[in-house]
Design a binder for this molecule. Structure first.
Ligand code: FE
Length: 193
């Protein structure tokens, strides 16, 4: 259960989820869930992005595994707001900029589809399909509200990493490579020195 996790156990707990569950299919894409998230994190690291961005990319889809945190509800459907569920399980240990990137990674797709015409053309077939299920491009009012988020820039960056992390044949380091970085972000947030 998430309420038994501590700043000392959250990172090994996440590593274990990657280890045991990471091989699951990322629906409609040529990568597993772990490959998808590791690719986003590796691309962020190669791009010299901040550790908080790298960590957010690494964990953005952790909400697909919330049953691991004991927050599963039997009436959940498969992809019921995995972004909200993921942010909720992380928010005890991670700063708002990270949890906002997780919480709004689906909204960011709807935002970019509404504001950047060239963005839509780059989406994978599976991502266009889910866009329709997720409500389609944002309305002007939704765009204006979304742009009020102080973490907008980071949210959009992680969305691009999400879209980029779908290569069938990309080599990345494993979770263990990123674990010390994840721990640093947790420690900074939780005041552990
Ligand atoms: Fe994703």
């Amino acid at each position: 259960m998430s309420n038994k996790l501590t700043p000392q156990t959250i990172v090994p707990f996440l590593a274990d989820i990657f280890e045991r569950r990471g091989g699951e299919e990322y629906l409609g894409e040529p990568v597993t869930m772990a490959e998808h998230m590791l690719q986003g994190a590796a691309l962020a690291e190669r791009g010299g992005m901040s550790e908080r961005i790298i960590v957010a990319a690494l964990l953005h889809d952790i909400g697909h595994f919330t049953s691991e945190f004991g927050t599963y509800h039997p009436d959940d459907t498969h992809d019921r707001h995995h972004e909200e569920a993921g942010a909720e399980v992380l928010e005890e240990f991670f700063p708002t900029v990270v949890t906002d990137c997780v919480r709004y990674h689906v909204a960011a797709k709807r935002y970019l589809c509404a504001t950047k015409p060239e963005y839509f053309k780059r989406l994978s077939t599976a991502s266009v399909h889910s866009l329709n299920l997720q409500g389609g491009p944002m309305s002007a009012g939704e765009v204006a509200e979304f742009e009020r988020n102080p973490n907008l820039e980071e949210i959009v960056q992680v969305r691009y990493l999400d879209d980029a992390g779908k290569h069938a044949d990309m080599e990345t380091p494993g979770f263990s490579h990123f674990a010390p970085m994840v721990q640093r972000v947790v420690d900074a947030h939780c005041g552990v020195h």
